[in-house]
Design a protein around this ligand. Structure first.
Ligand code: 16G
Length: 534
């Protein structure tokens, strides 16, 4: 095997003077720099699978909402979760090894982690629609071949589909089976659960789905075929921005990130006033909703609004099912969550809120501490996770009334509809559609549940973002010394003010967030805090 690794690595040499880091979303950068990184991620995947006794590891090649010329790679652990933390460091170490040291570093990891090189390693992989994907897949396959790894190529998939398949592969034939190990199995599971969750209800009007000209487009077209087969047409889906042939159109003036940062609909959207719209990102793991209010203009229904909608609906169902006493329901947010959403969850819904650092792995982990953990980043990345106790209760609770039986049925359907492995734009969309249908709500009624505090996000170019160190789920700076006190002093002068600065995990910059009771105060606070960081 050693000779094979050496021979294969000579085809995937590392660019000199480049430092790579496995960040919040794996490795991500200009695609032309990624060849050696993807090859080495293949080596890590083989090691990780062997370390876990031959369980299957997922490898996804995508750069999500980044521009078309970027790409990236991330690893998926056996239950469909993000890669375990300590292995991010091993990935970084291997990615940065000099070509001549690569085998030595590989062997030292094998030894340090007590990995049996004889164990069969198993990997599944997929990619998004970027033009650079196929060449990067070849780099990955070279590493898998060199390490004698068994693998399956799932070609084009959304990131959450690969998470789903990773979990299905590792649980196949066990009582924990998560579904059929195929893309078709994913559509069948979601569409069948959706029909049960809708119980013949219909949403008000159509939903226009902007697919960011990414992999979500063809996959949503596929899902719609299954929804049509099974349902009585509970939802009318209009698909836009689904062109995956024009590589340069990916995420260009469309997609969840565009809508969230520009605070407007994609120019291609033809939706009229009060019509429900949503946007996916390039690999369909994020979703945000929006609509045009004839009085107030563009209205964003972001991850916070999706989380509060889901928490309120599931909370009500738990009460109707008489499970509220025995199940701990909670919401997990990051510091970016609008203060009004946090207040709404705690005060109006009466549910606890936990705040974690940015990055899905932190939120997911915190959510698993609840029986029903609803987690969303404001940018639309999130899902709901159910504990084994919650799932058991949904299936074993004896209903004493038709209303209780109906609530239990809906909860069981939601547990299948919601992708438990990671935030999934397609599954989240069906969840939102289900809830709006049950409540017979238009987006306006959803929007009115609480009013966001005006807020501003500023990207600040700094000399060295690594000097910015935070604590308290990124809400406070511990370094540079004295800066937090200066921020606190500014915040104290503003009504309902809140502001924090943190180093980005994906870009070479510091991000500053500020909110306050008025737009002017929020903008002013953000620009003053940004000034302090420069
Ligand atoms: C990554 C994270 C996303 C987070 C973003 C923050 C995952 C899968 N993705 O894209 O959840 O919102 O980073 O970026 O965890 P930032 O650190 O540049 O602000």
């Amino acid at each position: 095997m050693d000779g094979k690794i050496l021979a294969a690595s000579s085809k995937h040499t590392k660019p000199v003077d480049r430092v790579f880091q496995y960040g919040t979303a794996g490795f991500r950068m200009k695609a032309n720099l990624l060849d050696s990184v993807v090859f080495r991620v293949g080596l890590v995947a083989a090691l990780r699978s062997r370390k876990l006794g031959g369980q299957t590891i997922g490898v996804m090649i995508t750069a999500s909402h980044n521009p078309p010329e970027d790409n990236g790679v991330k690893l998926v652990d056996p239950m469909g979760e993000m890669l375990e933390n300590s292995w991010e460091a091993y990935s970084t170490e291997l990615a940065n090894a000099r070509d001549e040291d690569l085998l030595k570093v590989y062997k030292s990891l094998e030894e340090k982690l007590k990995i049996n090189g004889e164990t069969t390693a198993r990997v599944i992989y997929a990619r998004d629609t970027r033009a650079s994907g196929p060449a990067l897949v070849r780099a990955l396959v070279d590493a898998l071949d060199a390490t004698g790894t068994e693998y399956t190529d799932y070609k084009l998939l959304t990131t959450p589909q690969l998470h789903y398949l990773t979990r299905c592969t590792n649980t196949e034939g066990t009582p924990q089976s998560y579904g059929d190990v195929s893309e078709k199995g994913y559509y069948e599971k979601l569409s069948e659960a959706f029909v049960r969750a809708m119980k013949g209800k219909k949403t008000v009007g159509a939903v226009t789905v902007d697919c960011a000209n990414g992999v979500g487009g063809p996959k949503l077209h596929e899902l719609v075929k299954y929804l049509k087969k099974g349902s009585e047409g509970g939802v009318d889906i209009k698909i836009i921005n689904d062109d995956v042939l024009k590589a340069e159109s990916l995420n260009h003036e469309c997609g969840a990130d565009f809508v969230k940062t520009k605070q407007r609909a994609p120019p291609t959207s033809k939706a009229g006033n009060n019509e429900r719209c949503c946007s996916l990102d390039g690999d369909a793991d994020r979703i945000i909703y929006y609509f045009n209010d004839p009085e107030h203009g563009f209205r964003l229904l972001d991850g916070d609004k999706i989380a509060t909608l889901a928490a309120s609906f599931i909370g009500d169902l738990a009460r109707e099912a008489r499970l509220a006493e025995e199940l701990k329901i909670g919401v997990v947010q990051t510091a970016y969550a609008n203060g009004a959403s946090t207040k709404y969850v705690e005060k109006s819904l009466g549910l606890p809120v936990v705040c974690t650092p940015t990055g899905v792995k932190w939120l997911h982990h915190a959510a698993t501490k609840f029986d029903v953990g609803v987690y969303f980043e404001a940018n639309g990345h999130g899902t709901v996770v159910f504990s084994p106790q919650a799932l058991k209760a949904f299936h074993t609770k004896e209903p004493e009334s038709p209303a209780q039986a109906a609530a239990l049925n809906t909860l069981r359907a939601l547990a299948d509809l919601i992708n438990q492995t990671v935030g999934d734009a397609l599954s989240d969309m069906l969840l939102v559609e289900t809830i709006l249908a049950h409540k017979a709500w238009t987006p306006r009624e959803w929007d009115l549940t609480y009013v966001d505090l005006p807020n501003r996000l500023v990207r600040v170019e700094v000399k060295n973002r690594n000097l910015f160190k935070t604590t308290d789920a990124e809400r406070k700076l511990v370094e540079p010394q004295g800066l937090q006190e200066q921020i606190d002093a500014l915040v104290s002068k503003v009504r309902d003010g809140r502001s924090f600065a943190r180093a980005s995990g994906t870009e070479d910059a510091v991000r500053v967030y500020a909110e306050a009771v008025t737009r002017g105060e929020a903008d002013d606070l953000a620009s003053k805090v940004a000034g302090l960081c420069r």
